[in-house]
Ligand binder design. Structure first.
Ligand code: CTP
Ligand code: MG
Length: 180
């Protein structure tokens, strides 16, 4: 079981990095003012498309960070297979890019759904908030690598507690306005 959990974490790492980089870059001095929302403030049927919590800064920086992570992981693939899991999926810049873009697209899709449900930016949507980016990451990555359903289930199971903990840390560090 540990083997599978570690293989999943190795695979999904760029998605985690995209997700946290999207939040963390808000603290980078030169990027602080770049708050243009992805939806440019547009509404659909009276409600924001995604809302102010989804910025171009987060999207662009998150995808770049994920691609870099995938590249670096690819360089250490041999190490990972020996020390982390024999079944670790080969990482690469392309896979990192797809995982990052998928993660943040899933995150935006969830915001779209939340706005239709009249939930304000930052309001909680249990499970949707935790799993949106995993589903997006798997969907986008599936055009590039083959994964079985058990792998996706394992990813969802390990992600819920990790995500809750990570967001609590980001909230404590004042990087995020809500602890979820
Ligand atoms: N973020 C961003 N751009 C993105 C994704 C996230 O700038 N594409 C930043 C925003 O500062 C956002 C924070 O990361 O507030 C946390 O992301 P998330 O929890 O997904 O957004 P919420 O503010 O909770 O908004 P929503 O209700 O739409 O999920
Ligand atoms: Mg949120």
């Amino acid at each position: 079981m540990w083997e599978t959990i570690l293989a999943v974490l190795w695979f999904i790492l760029p998605a985690y990095i995209a997700n946290s980089a999207a939040v963390d870059v808000a603290g980078v001095p030169g990027l602080k003012k770049w708050t243009t929302p992805v939806d440019f403030g547009k509404t659909w049927r009276g409600k924001r498309l995604f809302g102010d919590g989804k910025t171009w800064r987060g999207l662009v920086c998150g995808v770049i960070a994920a691609a870099i992570a995938g590249y670096v992981q690819g360089e250490y693939q041999g190490w990972a297979v020996e020390n982390i899991s024999h079944t670790a999926i080969q990482q690469s810049l392309t896979l990192g890019f797809l995982l990052g873009l998928g993660a943040l697209s899933g995150d935006m899709a969830a915001s779209f759904v939340k706005r239709r449900m009249n939930l304000e930016r930052g309001q909680i949507a249990p499970l949707l908030d935790q799993l949106d980016f995993i589903l997006g990451a798997f969907l986008f990555a599936s055009v590039h690598v083959r994964m079985d359903a058990g792998f996706l289930v394992a990813a969802c199971l390990v992600t819920v507690p990790i995500h809750l903990f990570g967001n609590w840390v980001a909230y404590t560090l004042k990087l995020k306005s809500s602890p979820w």
